[in-house]
Design a binder for this molecule. Structure first.
Ligand SMILES: Cc1ncc(C[n+]2csc(CCOP(=O)(O)OP(=O)(O)O)c2C)c(N)n1
Ligand SMILES: [Mg+2]
Length: 562
């Protein structure tokens, strides 16, 4: 009881809301990630990430790759093969180790949520060890958005914005820098899950203009790009090509196969230089490019962009691509929705042709004459190896390629006839395809599709993200990797010939023991120089529950680039 002059103790006021049980930034973030279905984290952990990963929830999976380049490309392959965003966790400034593959992910248009820890806010200004001093600059220009939340409690909303940004067209990687002291801080708001659209419809009036030009064309030609494959648009691409009656080329250096390569309208892949590309299009009056840049060139071979008299139309959902095309009229819109719209507007159009100019048989005859290309020096050629593998592989086998000088032979010997069975990189930055194959093989197993996966990786290319072999072995993936060993950077010798730069050092790479390297990372491995043994080993590899690396010595050759 209060004595006079004393203030009585307050009775508890039942009208005031009791404080809610406090949740941490970590708890709210994991709840959000769970609700978004982002329960696999591809990472390589460091001290600045341990507070995020503390008491790692049982319903999440952590896929470790012991180098950042591998982490990013494994996640990229997984995201592409699952058609979902993937979550990556790297180590502060060491994110830089993954920059090559981040640039590739950007050009692949893969939605990746790349995160990295940073030092605690208490010390950031003094730049202690492992501070990412400019976290929003470091990953540029290869992310759509880079951000370090201003307040700890903004972390969950930043994740949501990152996912939305990564998914909207053109999809691509984003980067979040997350100071290590933020995770235990209170977060009094639940994380809000949002959804965004992944496709942008084309302007109907512009589509009608395109149809008018195409239907009045005497000899139209189609150039299809990887975005068609990314958006599962093979059926629409075939239906439109057949209705219009136009031959189909794959855009130069396509990272995905946009069209069945055994279709009678399929002409092959366009060369990636001005003069030879323009030559291939001679005789046509209208070309329509769908879902690709105009054009992805590589060597500079001066010449016109297009042959005389050819009008170019271009459809892409990437405003960067539509803006930087040096010629042609563009339409911004989803490639597959556009193909559907074009076909509907064409109505009962009479097809102009039913055949490609260059058939598969024609391409095979010009590239790999006879039963198989022989070297004459006792060693196998890449063409022989690819043909042997193609003979035994199941029809739905997934092929991943980073074997620069052997690519023309591979395309000739191995036609892609089923959707989502070919992957390579959009960038030319080596070190993507081996780890991407690991991510793709993981997606095959997760999804229950379990298609066989083979990666053809050059002996030079094999070295760049070789640590991903360890991840493949730990995950017990039945992945087959074939390394055509020519002891050289073969393609660069072809370049030296084209560019007339004799005497360049550093183009021979003798002495890599691929078998020992692969075994060291936990794979089965063998060196084989006999076609029957290669076929047998391939079939065995797909039945195993571990990766297999086959080193195949091939005859070093310097094929012309065109
Ligand atoms: C990360 C990276 N480093 C260097 C290069 C330059 N480069 C392009 S092709 C190539 C050689 C590839 O050699 P290999 O994988 O053995 O294939 P080959 O040409 O012999 O078929 C190199 C080093 C590159 N594209 N990317
Ligand atoms: Mg080589």
């Amino acid at each position: 009881m209060a004595t006079p002059g004393q203030i009585p103790a307050a009775e508890p006021d039942t009208r005031i809301e009791q404080p809610r049980p406090e949740k941490s930034v970590r708890a709210v973030t994991f709840e959000l990630l769970r609700n978004l279905g982002l329960t696999t984290i591809f990472g390589n952990v460091g001290s600045t990430e341990e507070p995020f990963l503390k008491n790692f929830p049982q319903d999440f999976r952590y896929v470790l790759a012991p180098q950042e380049a591998s982490v990013i490309a494994i996640a990229d392959g997984f995201a592409q093969a699952t058609r979902r965003p993937a979550l990556v966790n790297l180590h502060t400034t060491a994110t830089a180790n993954g920059m090559g593959n981040l640039a590739t992910a950007f050009q692949n248009k893969t939605p990746l949520i790349v995160t990295a820890g940073n030092q605690t806010r208490e010390m950031l200004m003094m730049e202690p060890w492992l501070t990412d001093v400019e976290p929003t600059i470091l990953p540029r220009p290869w992310v759509k958005w880079a951000y370090e939340p201003v307040r700890a409690e903004d972390v969950p909303a930043a994740f949501m914005r990152a996912v939305a940004t990564a998914l909207q067209p053109p999809a691509g990687p984003v980067f979040l820098s997350l100071p290590l002291g933020d995770w235990e801080k209170p977060c009094d708001r639940p994380a809000i899950v949002r959804t965004v659209s992944r496709r942008i419809a084309p302007d109907p009036a512009r589509l009608a203009e395109f149809v008018k030009v195409l239907s009045e064309a005497k000899s139209p030609v189609l150039i299809y790009g990887s975005s068609i494959a990314r958006e599962s648009g093979w059926d629409q691409a075939v239906a439109f090509a057949e209705t219009l009656g136009a031959p189909v080329w794959a855009a130069p250096a396509s990272e995905r196969a946009p069209f069945p390569e055994d279709h009678p309208l399929y002409s092959g892949g366009l060369p990636f230089a001005m003069e030879p590309l323009s030559k291939k299009l001679e005789g046509h009056d209208v070309a329509l490019v769908v879902g690709a840049p105009v054009f992805r060139y590589y060597p500079y071979v001066p010449g016109p962009y297009l042959p005389d008299g050819l009008r170019l139309l271009h459809i892409s959902d990437d405003p960067g691509e539509t803006a930087r095309a040096p010629v042609g009229d563009s339409l911004l819109g989803d490639p597959v929705l556009s193909l559907e719209g074009l076909k509907a507007l064409l109505g009962n159009h009479k097809p102009k042709t039913t055949k490609a100019r260059e058939t598969l048989a024609h391409r095979m005859a010009s590239h790999a004459p006879g039963p198989a290309k022989f070297s004459g020096d006792g060693r196998l050629t890449a063409a022989q190896v690819f043909r042997a593998l193609n003979q035994v592989r199941p029809a739905n086998t997934i092929l991943i390629e980073e074997s620069p000088s052997n690519l023309p032979d591979l395309h000739t010997e191995w036609a892609i006839t089923e959707p989502d069975t070919f992957w390579t990189f959009a960038s030319g930055i080596l070190g993507w395809n081996l780890p991407a194959a690991v991510g793709i093989a993981l997606a095959e197993r997760d999804s229950g599709r379990n298609r066989p996966v083979i990666a053809i990786i050059g002996d030079g290319s094999f070295q760049y993200s070789v640590q991903s072999l360890w991840t493949a072995a730990q995950l017990r993936l039945p992945l087959l990797i074939v390394v055509p060993r020519n002891d050289e950077y073969g393609i660069l010798k072809s370049f030296a010939a084209l560019e007339d730069t004799p005497g360049v050092p550093g183009l021979d790479i003798p002495g890599f023991d691929v078998v020992s390297i692969a075994k060291g990372y936990g794979c089965d491995a063998a060196r084989l120089d006999d076609l029957e043994a290669i076929k047998k080993a391939a079939l065995e590899a797909w039945r195993k529950s571990k990766p297999t690396v086959l080193e195949v010595p091939i005859s070093p050759q310097v094929p012309p680039l065109f």
